[in-house]
Design a binder for this molecule. Structure first.
Ligand code: PGA
Length: 255
């Protein structure tokens, strides 16, 4: 069985003291829910402090982005070398990065390869826009993004990945995809992985849904056989709602 994952993308929220306080609150509420992998993705500047605080807590850490170069004249950027040992995961290709910071399928692929070379596990995000969804292009868009993101990666590299399907129109809007629709697209992603690298690799990879996931819809989302977790934005920066989602997931999985 794939271990369910609840990944909290804190985005550009929380100062260092606030991040520490949120982490402590989450630990008090669901520190014993070890059947669910809880991934906290605070802003870069909080990573070190949260890492120190969580040394004996059952949390994984994720960065929200990284550059593809190891070092150099890239003002304002953070390299995978800097994140090595500090974070377990790194979000790559989040739609906000694609939309506001010019990330493309090509840079996403470069980042994937750089992250993997530095022992960071990418949580790579794919998702269609509202217009693409309304034009019935969802499957084609997702397929293109997955193939491009995973281009030239070996089966060994791919089997460690996490993929998040996040329809752009559902992010931060309160309007999540229906569980069936999300399950269908996560199933498409898995079919692509099987086609690329065979059934054992496809069966092993965790596929998350993201986009207005919250306590009221997480049970239905996690009830979908192809969905292994959620990438949560707004509901992850409130300890109570994140913890509730972790608990519901543990219940659904019986872990
Ligand atoms: P949301 O964000 O849960 O606030 O919709 C999800 C994400 O952007 O990862």
């Amino acid at each position: 069985m794939r271990k369910p994952m609840m990944a909290g993308n804190w985005k550009m929220n929380k100062t260092v003291p606030e991040a520490l306080s949120l982490t402590r609150q989450i630990y008090e509420l669901v520190g014993d829910c070890t059947g669910v992998e809880q991934v906290l993705c605070p802003p870069f500047v909080c990573l070190h402090a949260v890492k120190a605080l969580t040394a004996d807590m059952p949390f994984s850490l994720g960065a929200q982005n990284c550059h593809w170069q190891e070092s150099g004249a890239y003002t304002g950027e953070i390299s995978p070398t800097m994140l090595r040992g500090l974070s377990d995961y790194v979000l790559i290709g989040h739609s906000e990065r694609r939309q506001y910071f010019g990330e493309t399928d090509e840079t996403v692929n470069k980042k994937m390869r750089a992250a993997l070379a530095h022992e960071l596990i990418p949580i790579v995000c794919v998702g269609e826009s509202l217009e693409q969804n309304e034009r019935g292009e969802t499957r084609a868009v997702i397929s293109e993004q997955v193939w491009a993101a995973l281009d030239r990666l070996s089966a060994k590299q791919v089997q460690s990945l996490v993929i998040a399907y996040e329809p752009i129109w559902a992010i931060g809007t309160g309007r999540a995809a229906t569980a069936e629709m999300a399950g269908e697209i996560c199933g498409l992603v898995r079919a692509i992985l099987r086609e690329m690298h065979g059934d054992p690799v496809g069966d092993r990879i965790r596929i998350l849904y993201g986009g207005s996931a919250k306590p009221s819809n997480i049970r239905e989302i996690m009830g979908q056989p192809e969905i292994d977790g959620a990438l949560i934005g707004g509901a992850a920066i409130v300890a109570g709602s994140y913890a509730e989602m972790v608990k519901i997931t543990a219940e659904v999985y019986g872990v």
